[in-house]
Write a protein that binds this ligand. Structure first.
Ligand code: 6PG
Length: 242
């Protein structure tokens, strides 16, 4: 694993740095494979980053957007990660609708929706059950409980290692989420974390020893690149060994 940690002065600088890294990955992926695949995180931290990406002149027809997790709500619900990303970015660029791959959230049973998204991913990446296709960039946030995607502490989703997609659980509310082995199969995983409220969790994630079920972001150990881009409020005292 190739792990890099950068502490940026504030959220604005964090967004600018994250944009530059993503743009470099877009260029490399399109040069090498003719397309770029990215999975988005939800929450509030990445919103300015999505707004910044929307200002870029990119070959949108070669870019495919997935989600790493989704609240189990309709796409017009204020909590929808898809809605946030569309309003901040995807509604403002000429990306073909076929290149946008939202997680389905209309099935009565979230487990059926998880299976549907898994099948969609397998068809897109031409992968077989049991294989973990490699997305070019997976964007991740981290909660103040050290969850990432919808892999919450002490939940069953943390034990799922034979599938791409599973059902997460936040306070009894279902979510769809990438599993940790699917995240770890990515070419590049980018955590983008901001805010003093994340500091205690970040300290535990970076501690030499701590329980992964209590601090699920510790499960993210990709074979490819792992970037932690954090603002000073969250990570000024991180021991950085780049
Ligand atoms: C979600 C996210 C989740 C998020 C963290 C951080 O659906 O909410 O995918 O994993 O990244 O909870 O959220 P904030 O950026 O709002 O702090």
């Amino acid at each position: 694993m190739n792990k890099k940690v950068e502490v940026l002065p504030d959220h604005k600088a964090l967004t600018a740095r994250s944009l530059l890294l993503i743009l470099s990955k877009v260029e490399t992926a399109i040069q090498q494979q003719g397309r770029f695949t990215i999975a988005l995180s939800g929450g509030s931290t990445p919103k300015p980053l999505y707004e910044a990406i929307a200002t870029q002149k990119l070959p949108w027809e070669k870019i495919h957007v997935f989600w790493g997790d989704e609240r189990y709500v309709t796409p017009d619900h204020p909590d929808s990660n898809q809605l946030m990303a569309c309003r901040a970015w995807l509604d403002h660029v000429d990306i073909p609708w076929a290149n946008i791959h939202p997680m389905p959230t209309s099935d009565t049973d979230p487990a059926d929706a998880a299976a549907k998204y898994e099948q969609h991913l397998q068809e897109f990446f031409h992968s077989s059950p049991g294989e973990f296709p490699s997305i070019d960039v997976i964007l991740l946030g981290m909660g103040d409980d050290a969850h990432t995607a919808s892999l919450f502490p002490h939940t069953e989703a943390l034990k799922v290692s034979d599938r791409l997609i599973t059902v997460g659980n936040k306070d009894g509310n279902p979510r769809l989420t990438f599993t940790y082995p699917f995240i770890n199969a990515a070419s590049c995983v980018m955590f983008v974390v901001a805010g003093a409220n994340k500091r205690p969790a970040l300290d535990q994630v970076f501690a030499p020893v701590a329980d992964e079920f209590t601090y699920p972001s510790r499960l993210i150990q990709p074979q490819g690149e792992l970037w932690w881009l954090v603002d000073a409020a969250a990570g000024s005292d991180l021991q950085i060994q780049n």
